[in-house]
Write a protein that binds this ligand. Structure first.
Ligand SMILES: NC(=O)C1=CN([C@@H]2O[C@H](COP(=O)(O)OP(=O)(O)OC[C@H]3O[C@@H](n4cnc5c(N)ncnc54)[C@H](OP(=O)(O)O)[C@@H]3O)[C@@H](O)[C@H]2O)C=CC1
Ligand SMILES: CC(=O)N[C@@H](CCC(=O)OP(=O)(O)O)C(=O)O
Length: 344
């Protein structure tokens, strides 16, 4: 058994970590923090966890107590892990950060997109980008993991096979993405109100969203050179889910694209390449740590269309974080993540 801590336990990704870890045979949650709810029992705030965490209560973030854990998850807004990760690492605690604090390798690019100076540039070199389908062996050795963002997970998984094989024009990629409202977090915000978000859909961040540099960085690694990407996120009236529709211009005759995708992800426990002609639905991944993909070539023309769906709170955040923990501690990669999606 290992002991873990969670900083930022009242948010959607924090409570999703608790739900997944409740089924993990080798993990005990030692500490969970919230400044606003300190003293409140977790199961009083989240009754779905009654019977699983009856004694656990939120506490103030205390690096000494967190430093007694084998690993600490940060499910906090940007900047919080910058302040605490270094001290925890010095105490011998491994850090799995769900925020964007360590996702971009360049501190100046981070500062430009996040509107504040990078708070821990000295840790960037050792941080590993926690996309197991790209970096599994480095994750196994890592002390500090930057869990990818939700849109970046859906987009990178969908485009990796095509870029690695050099089959599409890397200068002109398009990612048209839709997210459910939990992507915006649990904090009260007008655009997340029922009357604002339901029965409506809108694009946002079309001229530049902070996930753009993160996605470009990952795709450039796959393409072995810079990429040009147009990324437009949309808010849709669902609670969980990301649907990414990805477009690439073929540079030549690509061969069997279905076989390419099946081969690329054959050994990946959490990527499901659907049969040719499929249209994956977000509800088919609700609550599950899975990315479902389908690849199309409309009219046998020069454009390839990839459809990629994930649950933003699971493969897009907390599930991926647990998958990283499993790799770091040599557990079965499925531990805590075996349940199928909810249906309907
Ligand atoms: N929602 C999603 O789909 C995804 C979210 N993420 C990322 O995961 C992180 C958490 O997201 P989400 O769960 O939605 O966020 P929420 O806004 O729902 O929750 C944030 C949590 O952080 C705590 N917190 C806030 N400020 C501080 C601070 N200064 N020090 C310590 N704790 C703090 C809050 O508790 P309190 O204020 O009481 O201490 C709360 O528990 C974010 O970085 C987000 O970008 C990543 C992928 C997907
Ligand atoms: C619907 C919605 O608002 N989604 C969030 C992204 C989700 C997320 O939390 O991403 P990070 O982990 O990078 O913060 C947004 O567009 O800002």
């Amino acid at each position: 058994m290992i002991k873990v801590g969670i900083v930022g336990g009242t948010g959607y990704t924090g409570v999703e970590l608790l739900r997944l870890l409740a089924q993990h045979p080798q993990v005990e949650v030692e500490a969970i923090t919230s400044r606003s709810e300190a003293g409140v029992r977790v199961c009083d705030m989240y009754p779905n966890l009654r019977g699983h965490y009856d004694e656990l209560a939120f506490s103030e973030p205390d690096p000494k107590r967190l430093g007694t854990c084998d690993a600490v998850f940060f499910a906090t807004p940007h900047g919080v892990a910058h302040a605490l990760a270094g001290e925890l690492l010095e105490r011998g605690t491994r850090v799995i950060d769900l925020s964007a604090d360590f996702r971009l390798r360049d501190a100046e690019v981070w500062a430009e997109w996040y509107g504040q100076p990078h708070g821990a540039p000295e840790l960037l070199e050792e941080a590993v980008y926690g996309l197991p389908e790209m970096h599994r062996e480095r994750i196994r050795q890592a002390r500090l993991i930057a869990v990818p963002g939700c849109y970046p997970t859906a987009v990178q998984l969908g485009l990796l096979p095509l870029l690695e094989a050099g089959l599409i024009d890397a200068d002109h990629l398009i990612a048209d993405c839709k997210s459910g409202v939990t992507g915006a977090g649990r904090g009260a915000k007008v655009p997340s109100l029922l009357a604002e978000a339901s029965e409506s859909m809108k694009a946002y961040g079309a001229s530049g969203h902070r996930h753009l540099p993160e996605i470009r960085q990952g795709l450039a690694d796959a393409a072995n050179g810079p990429v040009g990407l147009t990324f437009v996120p949309h808010l849709t009236p669902m609670i969980r889910g990301i649907h990414a529709t990805l477009y690439g211009r073929l540079t030549g005759e690509p061969g069997d694209l279905q076989a390419l995708f099946e081969r690329r992800f054959a050994d990946e426990p959490f990527v499901d390449v659907m049969p040719a002609g499929s249209h994956p639905e977000t509800r088919s991944v609700k609550g599950a740590n899975v990315c479902r993909l389908a690849v199309h070539r409309p009219g046998n023309g020069d454009t390839v269309v990839v459809l990629s769906v994930i649950d933003n709170l699971v493969k897009g955040a907390s599930g991926q974080a647990v998958q990283n923990l499993n790799l770091m501690f040599g557990f079965d990669e499925h531990a805590g993540l075996a349940a199928p999606a909810l249906m309907p």
